[in-house]
Design a protein around this ligand. Structure first.
Ligand code: ADP
Ligand code: MG
Length: 368
């Protein structure tokens, strides 16, 4: 049956991902916002790991396209559900792993909602950032008789390829390693710092409205744990990144500052895509140096590091162009494509799985 084929497809997909290592991609669909209740959606079909987007003829080349990810959250997915699937990754930070979590998508698709939450925050709507920190504190408390943990945070913004420290009042160009590193011992410490960071970020937004959609913001958590019996020290880190809006601007229509911003955003998002795709393919050369963003995260991307990309899409029909390019970006960073030069044992296993997935996709397309 249809369900069975989809389930099979997802199982194979996750097998490919396991072979490939530490890169995960989750897709999240924003609900329609109040005031647009009965609108038609671009999402034709959606389940735990698959999503099919439909393009009506009015909005481009008519047709349907399916994508498979590690996880797909529909419009009714809650903050709690999203976090539940993120939790194991976050816990590994306390075991000494480096973790990067990215929110990708066009402006208005829900990146800040996932990472921080809506502006009228409640306990239920708290985002990944707060839940992650709170989880780290809880577990470190449980382990305190064995391991003593120090946790500290940094918050920076990258705007036009310049890094700015958000935890110092006039933090100018810094590298993340030099940015103010603030020790924290409770979630309320973290909330206070996040508020300070958001305030400092807003101060610089005077000249342009909504700078937040045109800069990347990164909350970094450093964890150091000392085993009290053996004396062993372990270090883990976590970057929680709310990326600049991925929408393409029409270069013929923008000038000056907007064009400069757009050029920097395009450059850094494609550099990020290149790095993750290159890691997914286990290339020996990873092009970290092509943007500030990838330079800053270099130590936490690749090697034993674990990466999770949340790709966000809006359900509106007129967003379908951006939605498809977002999903194609996501597919690229999560897809294994092995060149002939790297046809090792693992390579051929992956290739076989990919062929099976392709044929399943073709079978699915026929069914529709
Ligand atoms: P972005 O950061 O990608 O520009 P936002 O997170 O600001 O987008 O989301 C745009 C609007 O949609 C906000 O009002 C936000 O609260 C709302 N929104 C986004 N995702 C969801 C969701 N999953 N559930 C409910 N409202 C959401
Ligand atoms: Mg935002």
């Amino acid at each position: 049956s249809y369900q069975k084929v989809l389930e099979e497809n997802r199982k194979l997909y996750n097998q490919v991902q396991d072979l490939k290592g530490n890169i995960r991609v989750y897709c999240r669909v924003r609900p329609f916002l109040p005031g647009q209740p009965n609108s038609l959606s671009t999402v034709d079909h959606l389940d735990d790991g698959n999503i099919t987007i439909t393009t009506p003829s009015k909005y481009g080349k008519e047709g349907k396209k399916s994508f498979t990810f590690n996880k797909v959250f529909g419009p009714s997915g809650t903050q709690e559900e999203v976090f539940a699937d993120t939790q194991p990754l976050i816990r590994s930070v306390l075991d000494g792993y480096n973790v990067c979590i990215f929110a990708y998508g066009q402006t208005g698709s829900g990146k800040t909602h996932t990472m921080t939450g809506p502006s009228d925050l409640t306990k239920e709507t708290l985002g990944v950032n707060y839940r992650a920190l709170s989880d780290l504190f809880n577990i470190s408390e449980q382990r305190k008789d064995v391991i003593s943990y120090d946790i500290s945070v940094q918050m920076v913004e990258i705007y036009n390829e310049q890094v700015r420290d958000l935890l110092t009042p006039d933090g100018k160009g810094f590298n993340v390693p030099d940015a103010n590193l603030v020790p924290v011992t409770s979630t309320s410490d973290v909330l206070n710092l996040m508020n300070l960071g958001h305030k400092n970020r807003a101060v610089s937004a005077t000249a342009m409205n909504d700078r937040s959609s045109r800069s990347h913001s990164c909350l970094t958590v450093h964890v150091q744990g000392k085993n009290m019996t053996s004396g062993t020290i372990l270090r883990g880190s976590m970057h929680l990144v709310d990326l600049a809006g991925s929408e393409r601007v029409d270069k013929s229509e923008v000038l000056g500052d907007r064009l400069k911003e757009a050029t920097h955003i395009n450059k850094s998002l494609s550099a990020l895509g290149d790095v993750i795709a290159s890691l997914a393919q286990k290339n020996s050369h990873v092009p970290y140096r092509n943007s500030k963003l990838t330079q800053l995260l270099q130590d936490s991307l690749g090697g034993q590091a674990k990466t999770l990309m949340f790709v966000h899409i809006s359900p509106e029909l007129n967003a379908v162009g951006e939605t498809l390019s977002t999903l194609k970006f996501a597919e690229r960073v999560s897809t294994v494509e092995l060149g002939s030069a790297r046809a090792n044992k693992e390579g051929s296993d992956v290739k076989e799985l990919r062929e099976q997935i392709s044929s399943l996709k073709a079978a699915l397309a026929k069914k529709e």
